[in-house]
Design a protein around this ligand. Structure first.
Ligand SMILES: Cc1ncc(COP(=O)(O)O)c(C=O)c1O
Length: 289
């Protein structure tokens, strides 16, 4: 099936398996690029503008211009639409990668990004989300935590360590033992019916799903505090959950081989999952953006 998928590369839709970028691309050479993983529900790309805003802000932080929202929106939409039939009309995961474009190989390191960025969009079938997840803590923190940079080595390394220990996700911890975020997710804990999540200032990605969960919690009247979480607090939580665009909300039932709460998805997580689905439906029917 994947042979039929198309990829957007700098304004053109090409057969994904044959599509290429330059050997001089700065994303490839030095990790100067940002990416977004987006989710489409049918052909509706959820929170597209929020993802593009984060990508553009990240590019600015890396010192290049990712381009305007409109052409990036068109690129993502065109790819989602072009691959819809090949994916059987199902929900898909899309990846937008925007790098700092190509480098003049004779320029003095690190060179100055000046040319157009490289814009690539791919999409593929969404993997089924597991009903719950386990994690291990990994004492690594991401460089430039607010940027979803293509240089994703901390996340890759942490996730690999988690898998080696039989867990689904890694919970990144700071040098002083704070719980930060998952390798590719944000984390929330539940105490006495209220939610707690680390603030962005702790050094975590401003997850698009995280912000939807903040809205949903408010709508449902679930109290939420954004504060630093010490590692030792983890096992006192009644529930824990991970949030990420493709997986939405996943109950986190054990960390470091110890159960969280009852070791099964809890009632607050269930309410949030239902509320999240409502939020998706609201956006698709045009009641919120
Ligand atoms: C490090 C990190 N934190 C959090 C997230 C969740 O972000 P979002 O909800 O925007 O998918 C991701 C997504 O991949 C991530 O890479």
């Amino acid at each position: 099936m994947s042979a039929a998928l198309l990829a957007w590369v700098d304004g053109q839709l090409l057969a994904a398996e044959q599509a290429t970028v330059s050997v001089y691309d700065r994303g490839f050479r030095s990790g100067e690029g940002v990416f977004e993983t987006l989710r489409s529900y049918g052909d509706h790309v959820f929170r597209l503008t929020a993802h593009l805003d984060r990508a553009r802000a990240g590019a600015t932080e890396l010192g290049f211009d990712a381009g305007e929202v409109e052409p990036l929106t068109a690129a993502v939409q065109a790819t989602a639409s072009a691959n819809l039939a090949a994916l059987g009309g199902a929900d898909s995961a899309l990846r937008l990668t925007v790098s700092a474009g190509t480098i003049d190989p004779h320029s003095l390191f690190p060179g100055t990004p000046g040319g157009p960025p490289t814009v690539v969009v791919t999409s593929h079938a969404l993997r089924p989300t597991p009903p719950s997840a386990t994690a291990v803590t990994v004492p690594l923190a991401r460089e430039l935590p607010h940027v979803k940079a293509v240089s994703y080595l901390v996340a890759v390394t942490a996730r690999r360590r988690a898998r080696e220990q039989g867990a689904d996700e890694a919970l990144l911890t700071s040098a002083d033992g704070q719980i930060l975020e998952g390798a590719s997710s944000n984390v929330f804990l539940v105490y006495d019916g209220g939610l707690v999540t680390p603030p962005l200032s702790a050094g975590v990605l401003a997850g698009v799903t995280r912000s939807v969960v903040v809205t949903v919690a408010e709508r449902l009247g679930i109290p939420l505090a954004q504060r630093v979480i010490a590692g030792a607090e983890l096992l006192d939580a009644d529930e824990a959950l991970l949030t990420a665009t493709t997986r939405e909300i996943v109950p986190l039932v054990a960390v470091d081989d110890r159960p969280i709460g009852s070791g099964a998805p809890g009632p607050v997580t269930r309410r949030l999952q239902a509320g999240y689905r409502d939020e998706v439906a609201r956006e698709i029917t045009g009641r919120s953006r």
